[in-house]
Design a protein around this ligand. Structure first.
Ligand code: BGC
Length: 742
């Protein structure tokens, strides 16, 4: 299936607000009319409720009508008790929204979202989200805090693991697919969850990749890079949005009426529910824009926060603010109406049944989907001398992550069940025999202890190839787990060095929550399969790839830097006035003594590291190889209301039937603001038989070619564009066309 920047929701599913609008509206209004201010504000209050019982304080809030939603319930019986209390003990029997971070699976865990994005396979991502919704709904959950579509350009940030990478289109397409999977074809179906687009907006730009840090995003970057995925999700029927912890232009997102009201509500017409992030209301005090809780409540409601997650400012102060006339009571009524509509749309008021335990068929389908996604998310970064697929069964498995049932699941797996994991060691032994030797060497990826180095060397020397399972423990990525040094942690590099002179091919399978800097080990490894954190079924998925039963097809959703000093490094950067080129760079070692200041290239480069990435966005090898030629466009001149038809021939010139992800990039040569050197505008995953060719077609419209100008208006400006199609952001099959005034 082709995806392009102009993609619209494919299922045409109605938003929660379009379903039975009139009847639903009347029911919501009738309820609102019966509510006291206290009960209304209760709907806007959300608390944390963990454990295998309903905590007393939570039960009390429910009975008093002072609670509209909870997060972190994950036991079906607790969820049922919460709803029973709401229905039987509270005056208006309004059930609760029961929210949970179901990020990349519930019990069955798919790859981390960054890995999912590497599959470039929206259909498969949608299918996995559907299974996650099905499993989570069985625990009484009706709202997931996912997908996260923060565009990310800094792999030091631990939360890149939760994102779909650095590209706005990839985040848009995968975010839409994920929310469609959660929300299903009807929101009131017992297996549907309300989805939550987060974190609105710009959280991914946290300075220095340090979580929760300030962001500095110019309006043109906000409009053209960070906002589009959220806009796409709103257009696709997203039901809820969570604000970011960060600030935009000095105003924290949770108090940012420009973002929440002017853009999200007025400009985009978002009618769903806006929830703060955990305590991000109270943090307005820490940010230094609110003097106390009363201020927090005022700023948050004025900005448009409907539900306060965890904080008590609404509960404590809103009623007084309304009754004293300090804020307009209609702000509260509007928020409560949105919450009631969501509850009605989810069928909660009609006693939406909680489905029981998964059937074996459901489990099998979830297993298959997660395994396929794990397989398609792996990216083959290097494969010298066709080391892979394995030619011999005589392998040795060495390294800390081969048999780590929990670590392979990655971050944000509160409910993930490691007992369901099939580890890489299991998978390899299943494929190559129980006698495959295994030496973990380290207790974790952070371990420096070299006591087992010689044992590893011994195991390696008896094998025809070594599978080195390296990377990061799950705990090294995710929220508040940023790293400044993103090379392989612990003694892993020393281990590679210890084995490098053996002459036995070293095949690294790297599981990690982010792109790592691999420059110092790259030359010593014969092949590298980058598996991210692949989820429950790492074993069968990766074993199939290593054995050649399946062919790697993933492509990088984020640029891999050579050195941490290059960060931020991303493919869709601006050209600058002095772009670097091979003839305009000088290495520090080569600077002649006495060189004059102006003799050194005078372009945008570092003296001590190359300006190019280690691996570009969109890159990934196959056991086959693909050629692109015969790029044609329907006309070199189109008007802004015509469609550009692009076709290209892709030939599988290798010996394996394989999937290729064909990517189409453009550059707007001259704009009223500086334009990126390349922008991904469409992609397609296509299966091509060995030796065969396929003609692939793309369509581009004015929307694909436009951008937000200095006045924040979306425009498609006349002028010349370059276009490339190929297997990465370095694609070189080129055409040019002109957009003329209509
Ligand atoms: C995270 C959110 C998450 C929320 C609830 C916050 O700390 O930033 O992404 O949904 O907690 O667990």
């Amino acid at each position: 299936m082709e995806f392009h920047a102009n993609s619209r929701p494919q299922t045409g599913q109605p938003t929660c607000l379009e379903q039975n609008t009139n009847a639903l509206e009347a029911r919501a209004r009738a309820l609102l009319d019966q509510m006291t201010w206290g009960e209304k504000i209760g709907q806007m209050h959300q608390v944390d409720s963990t454990g295998d019982q309903v905590p007393n304080h939570v039960a009390a809030l429910i009975e008093q009508g002072q609670l509209g939603s909870v997060l972190n319930v994950s036991h079906g019986q607790v969820a049922q008790e919460i709803q029973r209390l709401a229905r039987q003990k509270s005056r208006l029997d309004i059930p609760l929204l029961i929210a949970r971070d179901v990020i990349h699976g519930f019990k069955t865990v798919a790859p981390i979202p960054l890995g999912q994005a590497a599959s470039f396979n929206a259909d498969l991502i949608r299918e996995n989200a559907r299974h996650a919704a099905q499993e989570a709904s069985q625990a009484g959950i009706n709202w997931t805090f996912s997908p996260m579509t923060d565009v990310v350009r800094d792999p030091r940030w631990g939360r890149v693991a939760e994102s779909y990478g650095e590209d706005p289109l990839l985040n848009s397409v995968m975010g839409v697919a994920t929310l469609q999977g959660y929300q299903g074809s009807a929101l009131d179906h017992p297996t549907s969850l309300a989805a939550c687009g987060k974190h609105f907006v710009g959280y991914g730009a946290s300075e220095a990749g340090r979580d929760y840090n300030t962001t500095n995003i110019p309006v043109n970057e906000l409009r053209n890079i960070y906002l589009p995925p959220f806009k796409a999700m709103v257009e696709a029927g997203l039901t809820t949005i969570m604000t970011s912890f960060g600030d935009i232009d000095g105003v924290p997102a949770t108090a940012n009426d420009w973002l929440l009201r002017d853009i999200l509500r007025d400009e985009w017409g978002f009618k769903g529910v806006i929830v703060s992030d955990w305590d991000s209301t109270v943090q307005l005090i820490t940010h230094g824009i609110a003097a106390g809780y009363r201020d927090v409540a005022t700023l948050s409601i004025q900005a448009g926060i409907d539900i306060e997650m965890v904080g008590n400012c609404y509960l404590g102060y809103l009623e007084d603010l309304v009754t004293t006339g300090a804020i307009d009571g209609r702000l509260v009524d509007d928020a409560v109406m949105r919450i009631l509509r969501l509850k009605l749309s989810l069928g909660l008021m009609d006693d939406r049944p909680v489905t029981t335990t998964p059937t074996p068929a459901d489990q099998e389908a979830a297993t298959k989907a997660a395994t396929r996604l794990a397989e398609q998310s792996c990216v083959l970064l290097k494969n010298d001398n066709q080391t892979l697929p394995l030619k011999s069964k005589k392998i040795a498995v060495i390294g800390p992550l081969a048999d780590k049932a929990a670590d392979q699941l990655g971050t944000w797996v509160f409910d993930g069940d490691p007992s369901r994991s099939i580890t890489l060691l299991d998978g390899l032994r299943d494929r190559f025999g129980d006698t495959v030797p295994f030496e973990p060497v380290f207790t974790s990826t952070r371990d420096h202890n070299q006591d087992r180095f010689d044992a590893a060397r011994k195991a390696a020397s008896t094998a025809d190839a070594v599978i080195l399972t390296l990377g990061e423990d799950a705990i090294l990525s995710g929220e508040a787990h940023s790293r400044a040094d993103i090379s392989l942690p612990g003694g892993q590099e020393a281990l590679i060095n210890h084995l490098a002179d053996l002459g036995v091919p070293l095949i690294a399978v790297i599981m990690a929550g982010r792109p790592l800097v691999l420059s110092s080990v790259l030359e010593k490894l014969d092949a590298i399969l980058y598996a991210w954190h692949p989820g429950s079924f790492a074993g069968p998925a990766i074993a199939r790839l290593l054995a050649g039963d399946a062919v790697p097809s993933g492509k990088l959703p984020m640029t891999f830097p050579r050195h941490v000093g290059q960060i931020p490094i991303y493919y869709n950067h601006k050209n600058t006035g002095r772009p670097p080129s091979p003839s305009r760079v000088v290495h520090i070692e080569d600077i002649p003594i006495g060189a004059e200041q102006t003799s050194l290239g005078m372009s945008s480069f570092h003296l001590d590291i190359p300006y190019t990435p280690e691996f570009p966005f969109g890159y990934g090898l196959s056991y086959s190889a693909f050629d692109y030629d015969k790029l044609t466009i329907n006309s070199p001149h189109i008007t802004a209301n015509e469609t550009l038809l692009v076709s290209v021939r892709v030939t599988n010139k290798g010996a394996y039937d394989a999937d290729e992800i064909a990517q189409l990039y453009i550059q707007d040569r001259v704009g009223s603001i500086t334009r990126p050197v390349r922008e991904l505008k469409a992609f397609q995953r296509v299966g091509i038989k060995a030796g065969a060719s396929e003609i692939i077609h793309f369509k581009l419209t004015a929307t694909d070619l436009g951008f937000y100008n200095r006045k924040e208006v979306f425009v498609t400006e006349p002028g010349w564009f370059d276009l490339w199609v190929g297997g990465s952001a370095a694609a070189d099959c080129h055409a040019a066309f002109e957009v003329t005034a209509a």
